[in-house]
Write a protein that binds this ligand. Sequence first.
Ligand SMILES: Cc1cc2nc3c(=O)[nH]c(=O)nc-3n(C[C@H](O)[C@H](O)[C@H](O)COP(=O)(O)OP(=O)(O)OC[C@H]3O[C@@H](n4cnc5c(N)ncnc54)[C@H](O)[C@@H]3O)c2cc1C
Length: 340
Amino acid sequence: MMPGDVLNTDVLVIGSGPAGSAAAAACAQKGLRVVLIERELFPRSHPGETLHPGVEPLLKQLGAIEPVLAAGFLRHTGNWVQWEAQKHFVPFGEDDSGAWLGFQAWRADFDNILLNQARASGVEVLQPCQALRLLVDGCKVVGVETSQGTFRASIVVDATGGHHWLARQLGLQINYHSPRLIAYYGYATGECPARDDAPAIVADSEGWTWTAKVQPQLYQWTRLSLVGKQVPKDWLPDEFHGLKIHGKMHAADVTWRIVSQPAGSGYFMVGDAAMVLDPASSHGVLKAIMSGIMAGHLIAAELLGNLTPAQATQHYCQWIHNWFQHDVENLSKLYAMLPN
Ligand SMILES: Cc1cc2nc3c(=O)[nH]c(=O)nc-3n(C[C@H](O)[C@H](O)[C@H](O)COP(=O)(O)OP(=O)(O)OC[C@H]3O[C@@H](n4cnc5c(N)ncnc54)[C@H](O)[C@@H]3O)c2cc1C
């Protein structure tokens, strides 16, 4: 496709993080014609490596479980937690086949696997290709102008992450449910035996620190200050003492927020594009994949005539708002346990 060309498709998905690849694959599995555009070349780095075992059935549904298992990501049986009480181990649980295992999925590889799975499901992928401008006819979203030409689509799916590209293009309200929260994160190389069996979250009077082994000899930390304190550039958590800082420290806005209307005429928002919580909620990737699959089912139902557009969007908006509300209540209870 060349700049200036116009292409018609059933579904255009913008962004190929876990939410975008899941939505694209779910739509393609239902026989829809799907184009997925991603502005970055893969593999690209991204935070968010710790995945709860609950992600496995979703990966199975997408047909991605085998390549994920074959990737050899580190696995763990639970997390160390030091919140208001002594540090203790919280296991994920077990069934007849043994302990449930979470993943430390290196996101550059994990996101690439999901993208390849979307391709294998019949999705046409354009990369690098950036969404530039939303096309709207009356009050219906009808397509997107991109760096590689114009796409007209029956449904546009926004999976661009926490910058809320489509919501900002449409001028939709974003509702905030916490004070401004910035998560700082970085990596360190070396050996930290204390962190080799499982990740840990440790709260203190000003916030919390998350530490995890993400690859052999590579460790990740995330620090969230609840009092708005910035983390110095050369900071490392105490337990990483002796490790070497690897790459730059980064910051991400993790203020709790939700787009007022996460689906509407001609569009759906999935993953962080629809709602964001801070990483203590611990399942951003799972939520991204699940919302992608849910949107895929509803889009197919709408385009194949099994639901009216109003029914599909209403159902999705209700589902997203309920999930967000549930997570906000749980996170609020968690933070209420902290002394300050
Ligand atoms: C510090 C930190 C730690 C975290 N830890 C965890 C964790 O341990 N476990 C967990 O489950 N979650 C964690 N999360 C949350 C998790 O990273 C996100 O919830 C998840 O990545 C959301 O996936 P997504 O597909 O919605 O968006 P993203 O993964 O952000 O993907 C969006 C994609 O859209 C592309 N894009 C953006 N704009 C455009 C455009 N205009 N045109 C084309 N493409 C575009 C981007 O390049 C990107 O590839 C963490 C988050 C942070 C900040």
